[in-house]
Ligand binder design. Structure first.
Ligand code: E4P
Length: 219
């Protein structure tokens, strides 16, 4: 299972990378805006800075919604670094663009996926990654994890190469359940990754070990 961090914040990316378990980064226009990154050259430079921190898999999203625009922007993004994965929204023109990039050997991440039908279409077009947003489904009382399970089952039936990248994770149990289901990748905020560390019995046990050691090793 791969871990991606869902942020455009360089400090958080470095912190996750330093932990030694990070396989990539996903960004989106909202996350870039949150960091105050605007203007084409600044956006490109920021993606380059992210690529310089991690080993691979940096999703950079196109803004265009027409085929020609997505292809133009995607090619520019792909030129930044071999680590770039072009992120394309799940719309009709996006499917055409995914098919185009697949034929050009450029990796894509199909984003804003909320149904199994959309997942089938993206896999048929040759998406490298598929991003179902489980937290946003949960937010409106649909079970996001059920969707991951359904897609995993469908992809297994046909040996689709598209990797399931469970996105919009809100908490550690989302991540654990995605692992149980067999999602290929999860992308989430830093706090979800570091949240995996926490257990009160670990803290209690360590305090006890250190106290016992100190008792017999005074001075
Ligand atoms: C995925 O690629 C998206 O950037 C992200 O996971 C969306 O998460 P949100 O629903 O928390 O905004």
């Amino acid at each position: 299972m791969k871990f991606f961090i869902d942020t455009a914040n360089l400090d958080e990316i470095r912190e996750a990378y330093d932990l030694g378990v990070l396989d990539g980064v996903t960004t989106n226009p909202s996350l870039m805006a949150k960091e105050g990154i605007s203007g084409d050259s600044n956006v490109m430079a920021h993606y380059k800075a992210i690529c310089d921190i991690v080993d691979d898999n940096v999703s950079a999203e196109v803004i265009a919604t027409d085929f020609e625009g997505m292809v133009r922007e995607g090619k520019e993004l792909a030129k930044i670094d071999d680590k770039i994965v072009v992120k394309i929204p799940m719309i009709k023109e996006g499917i055409k663009a995914i098919k185009y990039f697949h034929s050009e050997g450029i990796r894509t991440n199909c984003t804003l996926v909320f149904s199994a039908g959309q997942a089938i279409l993206a896999a048929k077009a040759g998406a490298s990654f598929l991003s179902p947003f489980i937290g946003r489904l949960d937010d409106i009382s649909f079970d996001g994890l059920d969707l991951i399970e359904q897609i995993a089952h469908i992809y297994q039936n046909y040996d689709f190469e598209t990797q399931i990248l469970a996105a919009s994770l809100r908490h550690t149990m989302h991540l654990v359940k995605c692992a149980e289901i067999g999602a290929d990748v999860v992308t989430c905020p830093l706090k979800v990754i570091t949240g995996l560390l926490n257990h009160p019995l670990t803290d209690k046990g360590l305090a006890q070990f250190l106290a016992d050691h100190a008792k017999v090793n005074k001075g």
